[in-house]
Design a binder for this molecule. Structure first.
Ligand code: NAG
Ligand code: NAG
Length: 233
């Protein structure tokens, strides 16, 4: 009896050693899931931070909310490890039944890229965009989608792709609804921040429904609780 216990102990210890050796060798990077409260918070907060500081200022910028279905859509696409747009974004009502078109931003980069870095990079395309005559001198589509006033839902996901374009990379996708980037349209109406909010409150330069704000606060508290538990456990 004592012997089997001892053997069991050795066996467990040995397994632990093997596992720890292996994980050091393989160095599996941490990839947040689409249910990770920290990941969700970072994605939503960064988008709203950027949206609230556009120049010229925006009169009608909506607050962006996290959407689970859009996040699932993004995840199902990043899993395929293809650096091209999800074909459903080109067809009406093909990605979801709720919206005719869905917007999509993509990023391919180092496996330790954070949502903050990715979203900031998209926003930095602002330097190529001329608001007055709606021209773009290089690439602007990721920027204009990030600051598209009427878009109010976002869902993002990231996957590790061990061999994409010849290297190990993180593929990061955000899907947006309703889709932005309509041709010959500015992403938002220029004016004093929040001056065109309708029944909404002005929160950090963004239009946010009062009822939404209440649920958002509650959701925020739940997310925070989840985050703390996640860190503790
Ligand atoms: C748009 O405005 C910029 C800056 O004033 C100017 O350099 C550019 O030529 C304009 N483009 C068009 C198509 O008018
Ligand atoms: C977003 O950025 C990527 C990488 O620079 C680029 O290939 C892509 O065309 C951009 N998307 C849009 C909609 O402009």
């Amino acid at each position: 009896m004592a012997l089997t216990k001892k053997l069991q102990c050795f066996w467990t210890l040995g397994l632990c050693l093997v596992v720890s050796k292996l994980s050091k060798l393989v160095k599996v990077p941490y990839v947040p899931t689409i249910y990770d409260p920290g990941f969700i918070h970072e994605c939503v907060d960064l988008h709203n931070e950027m949206r609230g500081k556009v120049t010229p200022s925006a009169a009608n910028m909506q607050y962006l909310h996290w959407d689970k279905d859009l996040a699932r859509l993004a995840k199902s696409w990043t899993r395929k490890c293809k650096y091209s747009h999800n074909p459903c974004t080109a067809k009406r009502y093909s990605c979801t039944v709720d919206f005719d078109f869905i917007g999509e931003n993509m990023y391919l980069g180092p496996i330790n890229s954070t949502p903050k870095e990715v979203i900031s990079l998209w926003y930095s395309e602002r330097k190529y965009y001329n608001f007055e005559n709606m021209t773009c001198s290089k690439i602007c589509g990721n920027y204009t989608q990030v600051v598209w006033a009427n878009t109010f839902k976002v869902g993002c996901a990231v996957s590790n792709c061990p061999n994409l374009l010849g290297r190990s990379a993180a593929l990061f996708v955000c899907n947006y609804a309703p889709a932005g980037n309509e041709k010959n349209t500015n992403p938002y109406v220029k004016g004093e921040f929040c001056s065109m909010c309708k029944a909404e409150d002005c929160v950090s330069n963004l239009c946010l429904h009062v009822t939404e704000r209440a649920t958002q606060h509650r959701a925020g508290h739940l997310l925070m609780l989840g985050f703390i538990l996640h860190r503790l456990l």
